[in-house]
Design a protein around this ligand. Sequence first.
Ligand code: MG
Length: 160
Amino acid sequence: MDTIRIGHGYDVHALAAGLRLRLGGVDIAHGKGCVAHSDGDVLVHALCDALLGAAALGDIGKHFPDSDPAYKGIDSLVLLREVTALLARHGYSIGNVDTTLILQRPKVGPFVGAMREALAGAMGIDLECVSVKATTTEHLGFTGREEGVAAHAVALIYRR
Ligand code: MG
């Protein structure tokens, strides 16, 4: 029987004026972007943590420390590919993933298709196995005040 495991990830980045905004592997034109050592892709970071968590292999900070200059400005999709490869070395395949972005602005609906394609490509799984959703917090809290962006992710992995 297959071994089936589930994992959860959560990440937050502060927003600041003049930085690029990259979410789910897609660059979005906006006046603000995420403050980060990497490209600040909060959605991909939450997804990496969900995948690592499902395999009980630690978290993204353990594998890709932000004190390491090798990861400065890195495309987070590269990290997602590395996490996928790490899971494969442990015998795990990715079943499906579901993600939620939490931000007030900009509206990301028009970019969801491209995000799903980017994430599916990095993980080497079918598009139908990748879900990206987004919600505002009705102007409440740090996301509602546009001080930051948060993301949740859950992932199911399996080993035959
Ligand atoms: Mg992060």
